[in-house]
Design a protein around this ligand. Structure first.
Ligand SMILES: [Zn+2]
Ligand SMILES: [Zn+2]
Length: 256
């Protein structure tokens, strides 16, 4: 991931409120187009410039050719309130996050996230690296809003169950059960991605608990009830994969 700085310069008299609204409108659309990642985008006003720091999947993420229609509209709204297009400076590689997938057509891909991750929830099945969303043909209305919202909800459930709060079991069911409402939303998105890209797209089901290691290894696909264990673990996360149901999972983290 790349840390970048956006500088917004006012070219005529305006109000802070109007500028702030226009900038946050642009930030939201960039986020829903996968060009920037995360939930917090600190913005400051310095020497007459508004400065925002963002995380991007790649150095070229903010290039014009990656903009969708909503981003282009948000940029024109800046102009309406007297602000020029942002000046972009690349600050460098951010050390805590994963690098984006190299540009290629994966043999398969998976919707996968976790509470600690700051990256695209679409991962290449070959490299297990995050795929910048703007590279993928848009799934609906030219933005990935539904997917980003699904990711945020998934991460919130993961955080709850990791912290062992009272809502732990409900949260765990949301990310681990095939018939939970969160999984249903994710599976619908999975299907859309598969249709749009022509690449087999899987959904990751979180697994923890169980009786013992042997029983866990013999676990059957929760969709079709068939054997789905892989001969070897993939990317240290995926131990089960059902090609007909398009779901993957891990051996319970209690026995892994
Ligand atoms: Zn790849
Ligand atoms: Zn199955």
């Amino acid at each position: 991931m790349i840390l970048a700085k956006l500088e917004f310069e006012c070219f005529e008299d305006t109000t802070i409120t109007a500028v702030e609204r226009a900038i946050s409108g642009l930030i939201t659309e960039l986020k829903y187009n996968g060009q920037i990642i995360g939930q917090e985008f600190p913005t400051l006003l310095k020497d007459g410039y508004f400065v925002t720091q963002v995380l991007c999947p790649e150095e070229q993420s903010l290039a014009y050719n990656n903009h969708n229609k909503a981003v282009t509209i948000a940029i024109s709204k800046l102009n309406d309130v007297g602000v020029l297009q942002p000046k972009i400076s690349i600050l460098g590689q951010e050390i805590h996050s994963d690098s984006s997938d190299p540009e290629h057509t994966p043999s398969w891909q998976v919707l996968y996230t976790s509470y600690i991750q700051t990256c695209s929830p679409l991962r290449c099945g070959d490299h297990f690296s995050p795929i910048p969303l703007y590279r993928v043909p848009a799934i609906a209305n030219g933005c990935y809003k539904q997917l980003i919202n699904w990711q945020q909800d998934w991460q919130a459930c993961d955080q709850l169950q990791m912290n062992g709060r009272s809502a732990e079991f409900a949260a765990l069911a949301e990310i681990g059960e095939l018939d939970s409402s969160l999984t249903k939303r994710g599976m619908a998105l999975r299907e859309k991605f598969e249709q749009q890209t022509g690449v087999a797209t899987y959904y990751y089901l979180y697994r923890v608990g169980g009786i013992n290691a042997t029983a866990e290894k013999e676990r059957l696909c929760p969709g079709c009830g068939n054997a789905w264990a892989l001969p070897e673990s993939l990317h240290q996360v995926i131990d089960f994969k059902c090609d007909s149901c398009r779901v993957v999972s891990n051996i319970s983290w209690d026995y892994n």
